[in-house]
Ligand binder design. Structure first.
Ligand code: ASP
Ligand code: MG
Length: 417
């Protein structure tokens, strides 16, 4: 009997009617003869509301207690879904992340999964039960409840799919797949039928909201195909899987953007070995993920170092870097959250020159200034003023002809998917 792991996002379980709908879907999969385990997110805006409750108590809540608080959102939806399945006459059991055997490190509010021991999940499935697992959480090596960072239920699902030997991890959401750009911004955006792990990883890191970065990392590492699809329809969504010959690479697959990053700059640091190491060690110690990095050319033995970080980590970065500024006798420190990062992504750019030139010309024609630039073999990102992000995304989607990329570049044989 094959194992199917499904994950339902917060909007799919937002109210009683939707929970009933999800219960019927799960039961239908079970009736097809599969063992089913479903990972569930917190309902609707529950996570935001819980975080808001904490802020009403204190501006700086202890992270351990934040994890106790936020993990409750997923327990609620998971238990309600189990009840809905019971009501349909099927046997279901809900489990917390800890009960499902999800072991993490001790970094509260953004823990990493270290290992999974899904013995209870497996035993319940073997006994013919449908198993619901609360997403986004685990138990640390110190036996505390941890959460996996925003969007972490995706990671729970992929990790569970791997641990249970599932053929695919189905991610059910409120959109019908991954798009060439955010459809609420770009009316002509198109659903992508299939995309490689590498491209999806770049998209997720560059601001595509539909899948969490760590989930894609995990899927790529263990080669778990992900099927992102709508919980409201029966259509095929987007398949994320290993690139193969049938998956012809368009030059550009998608345009993404994020306004969730901030730029921090340490000014006038001595231009000598070990300085960058000190700056970034301080950020790493504060658990701040760094994205783009720029070091200016040296003037009179001094230089500026800038990088982008998640805006939500600004306070942590500020305190870490103020210490560094003092230690290095640097000239100063500043941060700016009025930025947007706009990215074009596509495996085909590996073999097609001119993508950067066209991207920069398009932005230049709009009079948009580039503040920082970074590239990978399959991605080009530029930091620009936040107020110009929408225009930039639309113009890039147009100039790379993503609305009809299905005809121009994307001739893969769909029948093999
Ligand atoms: N409920 C958490 C969040 O809103 C985790 C998730 O939805 O995946 O980020
Ligand atoms: Mg989510």
């Amino acid at each position: 009997m094959s194992v199917v792991v499904q994950k339902y996002g917060g909007t799919s379980v937002a109210d009683a009617a939707r929970i009933g709908n999800v219960a019927r879907r799960i039961v239908a999969t079970f009736e097809q003869g599969h063992s089913v385990s479903a990972v569930v997110s917190a309902r609707g805006d529950t996570t935001d509301e819980l975080a808001e409750l904490a802020r009403e108590i204190t501006p700086d809540p202890p992270e351990r207690e934040m994890d106790m608080l936020l993990s409750a959102g997923e327990r609620i939806s998971c238990a309600l879904l189990a009840m809905a399945i019971h009501r349909l006459g099927y046997d279901a059991v809900s489990l917390t992340g800890s009960q499902a055997g999800i072991l993490t490190d001790t970094v509260h509010t953004k823990a990493r999964i270290l290992d999974i021991h899904p013995a209870r999940v497996q035993a319940a499935m073997d006994a013919g039960k449908i198993v619901l697992v609360a997403g986004f959480q685990g138990v640390s090596t110190e036996r505390d409840v941890t959460t996996l960072g925003r969007g972490g239920s995706d990671t729970t699902a992929v990790a569970l799919a791997h641990a249970l030997g599932a053929d695919v991890c189905e991610i059910y959401t409120d959109v019908d797949g991954v798009y060439t750009a955010n459809p609420s911004l770009v009316a002509k955006a198109r659903k992508i039928d299939h995309i490689s792990y590498d491209e999806m990883l770049e998209m997720a890191a560059a601001g595509a909201q539909v899948l969490a970065v760590r989930a894609v990392e995990y899927a790529r590492k263990y080669d778990i195909p992900i099927h992102v699809r709508s919980s409201f329809t029966d259509y095929d969504g987007t398949w994320v899987r290993e690139e193969d010959d049938a998956m012809e690479s368009p030059i550009i697959r998608a345009v993404t953007y994020t306004t969730d990053e901030a730029r921090v700059t340490v000014r006038g640091v001595p231009d000598q070995p070990g300085v960058a190491a000190m700056v970034f060690a301080a950020l790493a110690d504060a658990h701040v993920n760094v994205d783009m990095i720029i070091q200016n050319s040296s003037e009179e033995g001094h230089t500026d170092i800038s990088c982008t970080i998640p805006a939500e980590d600004s306070a942590a970065a500020d305190s870490a870097l103020h210490t560094v500024v003092a230690e290095l006798k640097a000239k100063g420190y500043s941060s700016n959250d009025g930025i947007a990062k706009v990215s074009v992504i596509g495996a085909g750019m590996r073999t097609n020159p001119g993508v950067a030139a066209l991207m920069f010309k398009t932005l230049a024609d709009l009079g948009i200034n580039l503040d920082m630039i970074s590239t990978s073999p399959i991605k080009i990102s530029a930091v620009i003023d936040k107020s110009r992000a929408d225009e930039a995304v639309r113009a890039l989607h147009d100039v790379f002809e993503l609305d009809d990329a299905g005809i121009r570049h994307d001739k893969a044989d769909r029948s093999s998917f």
